[in-house]
Design a protein around this ligand. Structure first.
Ligand code: NDP
Length: 367
């Protein structure tokens, strides 16, 4: 894919203005709210996503899907979802007969994303799917094909694209605010607790890279607006640590982009990281932390002067922004700024990273 067309998808200055405009129009022109079915009532769904529908202009929760009847009871009561709109995974396909459901939001363990996205599309519903989009390039392609065939939209939950500091960082980096970008460093990691599906390869598809390292990779891609052409990766995992019997702990990976930009990235399940830096010929743009749920902090060094950069609090946080974005794409027509192709692009690089680490050689990535 050529750089120009990726820029169109990823946005940049123009997209920043567009989203700001959307927020303004939202209050001026209320329309029907898009009904979401939440699929998987785990930690991210119940603590971050569901409460943030309260800040949405165009989206509401209308249905719940869970394998745990007690959760359907509790959250159904809390969010006013009647028993007729509560589903198990077994009767998931019955969402087809519920006209209140416009879209599903898949917040399941990674390896289940593809199956439920495809079943949702076949049931005639639009799809929002959490990152990583799936656990293989083949599954990502099957999801895109299923949504295309059904004529339904597919968006990936890359919430940072709806967060003002990250949007500003994209605009500044791509417009050469600190000169043309030479290097990017991006680091993401946390010490993982034992006893969860993230450490079980059949459910996670991989270790830190699939879960948290993907933020480093995605940031390198959105800050450059380019697709990497070559990757070189080194993995280090203590296989005697019971947490890492089936998945990797640390990966350090280097990406080379067509313009010559080099990104040096970290992914870890045994140390804490959440930052990136864009270094140009005249200074740098620092984000530390870069991609938390809140509290992003930006510092810029330009021509020898270091200064913090602060933005006013947004009218809508990144979660509500993300939920409303798909809703507006459905209501008004349009392609999400983070469509299935965006998840597929990350997955292509992740597969190359794993290959490079396994082979001990750099791997070229096909456009
Ligand atoms: P949790 O373990 O907290 O929740 C996953 C839920 O999936 C479970 O509670 C369960 O819900 C359901 N589930 C169905 N089948 C299984 C199974 N075999 N094993 C375990 N759970 C199952 O995970 P998270 O909420 O942290 O993560 C879910 C997804 O969201 C992942 O893809 C993750 O990468 C993504 N995520 C994204 C974040 C972001 O910032 N964008 C942050 C955190 C996670 P039930 O009982 O209702 O069936």
């Amino acid at each position: 894919m050529v750089i120009g067309s990726r820029r169109d998808i990823l946005g940049g200055v123009g997209a920043g203005i567009m989203l700001a405009g959307m927020a303004t129009r939202a209050s001026a022109a209320p329309s029907r709210k898009i009904g979401y079915a939440i699929v998987g009532l785990g930690s991210y769904a119940t603590r971050q996503i569901m409460p943030n529908f309260a800040g949405c202009d165009h989206a509401r929760i209308v249905a719940l899907v869970s394998g745990t009847p007690a959760k359907l009871e509790t959250y159904g009561a809390q969010y006013g979802v009647p028993a007729t709109h509560r589903y198990s995974y077994k009767d998931f396909d019955c969402i087809r007969d519920n006209p209140d459901i416009d879209a599903v939001y898949i917040i399941l363990p990674n390896s289940l994303h593809a199956e439920y996205a495809i079943r949702a599309a076949q049931a005639g519903k639009h799809v929002m799917c959490e990152k990583p989009m799936a656990t293989s390039v083949a599954d990502c392609e099957a999801m895109i094909a299923a949504c295309k065939k059904a004529g339904k939209k597919l968006m990936i939950g890359y919430r940072s694209r709806f967060e003002p500091y990250n949007r500003l960082a994209i605009d500044l980096a791509r417009s050469g605010h600190v000169g043309p970008t030479r290097f990017i460093t991006a680091e993401h990691g946390f010490p993982i607790r034992a006893g969860q599906w993230r450490l079980d390869r059949p459910l996670s598809g991989g270790g830190s890279m699939m879960d948290i390292g993907i933020y480093s990779l995605n940031a390198a891609r959105y800050l450059t607006g380019e697709e990497p052409v070559e990757v070189s990766a080194v993995e280090s995992t203590d296989r005697s640590d019971p947490r890492f019997r089936t998945v990797e702990d640390r990966i350090s990976f280097l990406l080379r982009f067509p313009s010559g930009i080099i990104a040096n990235c970290i992914s870890s399940y045994s140390s804490s990281h959440n930052s990136y830096r864009v270094t140009g010929t005249q200074g740098w743009i620092d984000m530390d932390p870069a991609t938390p749920y809140e509290g992003q902090t930006m510092t810029i060094r330009k021509d020898g002067v270091v200064a913090p950069r602060t933005l006013p609090a947004p009218a809508k946080n990144q979660f509500a922004g993300q939920l409303d974005h798909l809703a507006e794409c459905i209501l008004k027509g349009g392609t999400p700024i983070v469509p299935g192709e965006e998840g597929l692009a990350d997955m292509r690089v992740i597969e190359a990273i794993y290959k490079s680490a396994a082979q001990g050689t750099s791997v070229r990535i096909k456009a």
